[in-house]
Write a protein that binds this ligand. Structure first.
Ligand code: OAD
Length: 240
């Protein structure tokens, strides 16, 4: 990790882009890793907008642990390492594909959620709003699908397949990726576009990309360096 740590010390603008792999260290499964959620049959229906409108119970059954069980999870070593980099004045922002809100729990301040989060839910019929805690209370009381008074199902503000990314978060992420002299790509398979295209913006603008991921990614050949292990990355950063 020496090359990466040296780059962090000398970079005038550093940005992290994170994926589900960083939260496996907290006990939350990723999507496409060896024990990933998408290894289950029909799992791709869980975050699909057409399936949600047809049968929202597929989403609520499939995410009872993953989204609503999130309350019991704490930030892991990579979340803490990124907060440490911010405290050192080295990290300018975080672009995350994660929906687990753990960067905010770790205390990081400039976090852009390109796939949204479950912090708010909106009724698919009338647009009325409920907070994460209100939806959790309905689920805890035994509701299978939280519904509005009008009968519509509440959907989290998570970007499902078939939906556009949150405009403001994506625009801010593009801007950060372009500004980054050093982009840390952490725990993502870089397979879901348009978010997966952000590191190319850094490269096109002359910045360097460092990848830490257990499995190969399509960008490995263009990276300044790549490493496999996120725990080793976190240990090296926390020792700075
Ligand atoms: P993936 O599950 O596709 O990729 C996570 C990557 O992290 C995998 O390549 C793993 O090998 C790696 N990984 C896991 N644990 C690791 C560890 N301890 N050390 C090193 N590497 C590790 O997750 P994302 O790329 O985040 O969309 O997935 C992108 C999007 O696909 C998600 O945001 C989600 C999903 O559909 C939504 O929820 C809207």
């Amino acid at each position: 990790m020496k090359k990466l740590i040296e780059a962090l010390k000398s970079s005038s603008c550093t940005v992290a882009m994170t994926g589900a792999g960083i939260s496996t260290l907290c006990g939350i499964p990723d999507f496409r890793g060896p024990q990933g959620l998408y290894k289950q049959p029909d799992a791709e229906r869980i975050f699909d907008i057409d399936w949600f409108d047809r049968d929202p119970s597929i989403y609520y059954r499939g995410t009872r642990e993953l989204v609503y069980g999130m309350r019991k999870f704490k930030p892991g070593p990579v979340h803490l390492a990124l907060k440490h980099l911010e405290d050192l004045g080295i990290l300018d922002g975080i672009i995350t594909q994660n929906i687990d809100m753990l960067h905010q729990k770790a205390g990081s301040s400039n976090v852009w959620e390109v796939h949204g989060s479950g912090l708010l839910h909106h009724c698919r019929r009338c647009g009325s709003r409920k907070t994460f805690d209100e939806i959790c209370a309905m689920l805890d009381a035994g509701t299978e699908v939280p519904r509005c008074k009008c009968g519509g199902a509440y959907k989290p503000d998570i970007t499902f397949f078939g939906e556009a990314l949150p405009e403001q978060a994506f625009a801010a992420s593009q801007e950060l990726a372009i500004r980054a002299k050093t982009l840390l790509v952490l725990g993502t398979s870089l397979t879901v576009y348009p978010a997966a295209g952000l590191p190319r913006l850094t490269l096109q603008a002359g910045g360097k990309v460092f990848i830490v991921n257990g499995q190969p990614t399509a960008l490995d050949d263009l990276a300044a360096a790549r490493y496999d292990d996120l725990q080793t990355f976190a240990d090296a950063v926390l020792a700075m």
